[in-house]
Design a protein around this ligand. Sequence first.
Ligand code: NAP
Ligand code: MG
Length: 404
Amino acid sequence: MNKIQMNNPIVEIDGDEMTRILWKMIKDELILPFVDLNTEYFDLGLIKRDETNDQITVDAANAIKKHRVGVKCATITPNQQRLEEYNLKQMWKSPNATIRATLDGTVFRAPIMISKVKPVVSCWKKPIVIARHAYGDIYKATEHRVTEPGKAELLFTNENGETVRKEIFNFTAPGVLQGMHNRDDSIESFARACFEFALDSKQDVWFSCKDTISKEYDQTFKFIFQRIFDEEYKEKMDNAGLEYRYALIDDVAAKVIRSEGGMIWACKNYDGDVMSDLVAAAFGSLPMMTSVLVSPDGNFEYEAAHGTITDHYRRHQNGETISSNPLATIFAWTGALKKRGELDDNTELVSFANKLVEASLDTFESGILSEDLAPLCNPSEVVKVPSNEEMMKEIRTRLEAALA
Ligand code: NAP
Ligand code: MG
């Protein structure tokens, strides 16, 4: 069989622990036999990040800017315990934070739904996509631990040296302080990314924040979203029969729970962090969540929403047979291959990506399930819970049939 050719590369970002093992299996069994894979490879495994003083992460982010499409494996974000475990030079920043800071943009998280796993929220019929603004707020904040009495102020100095000064709090005892920011242009591109995604996927957009309490900060988000909608998207959304609505986050949280799904819920950075895990878990399983970072200048980075599955890795190191859920990592690859195909007018590559999605879902729909999902299904519908190696073979058999 002739392998499918790729004119332009995908930026391939390798990672850590169990997902690094899955990464290789997916490539070896499900991609390389069929595609003459063209990637620019970056090893973001923690050892390599430490060796290069994290330069490799910066290089990978810049490569996505160059080639426009990247696919990333889960990576360890170092903490004190990892510092000791890997004998690191320092506690390197989260690679995702570095990549998001370079690319800017919005992270869209969509659940992978299979009929055998019913959402915990019984009225949900369609996926709920969380659009998470991936810039600023507490993720780029300056913090201070106040240990003695004193006055905290907010100070802004413009280029002419003129200042604006506001009192934050007069401390008489220890406490904490935090200063954070966001930028109008980043919020504008967040809004545009949401409306573009909405038009593309034919879903309504609900944006929520807390403008009643945060009268400058959150209100700015609300106004910008409304302005971008009115000026640039109202007509297109109307024509597509789609709507935009703004409401307070507590109100939206309640409405989403009682809805049947099918909307894009646009959230500020922290809200999106929390809500995407909540929505993923409520759809049945945390690993069943895909993630794509869309940058304002049209770059795309695909990944699984979950981490490196450390506990599975430890068990693997102890020689145990492991059944991890590979779907989100497979979908990261198919997302990137499909986008590469669309950008390059490579219909063969798009079709391959679609077939790999179908083969993976068919495998799970036929009752061949990973260990995390089996307990969530009706026991009579579980045919087999294979090891990771066997799971790849099951999917490959179906993929080969679809390609034949
Ligand atoms: P995690 O790797 O997502 O795992 C949390 C739990 O979720 C696992 O213990 C497992 O539950 C379940 N799980 C996640 N993915 C699974 C899969 N594919 N198949 C089956 N079960 C799955 O999160 P974590 O344990 O908090 O973090 C581990 C490491 O990942 C950390 O070093 C963290 O920094 C990193 N991390 C990276 C990213 C990223 O690169 N995007 C995101 C999050 C975390 P059971 O134990 O019940 O099997
Ligand atoms: Mg999170």
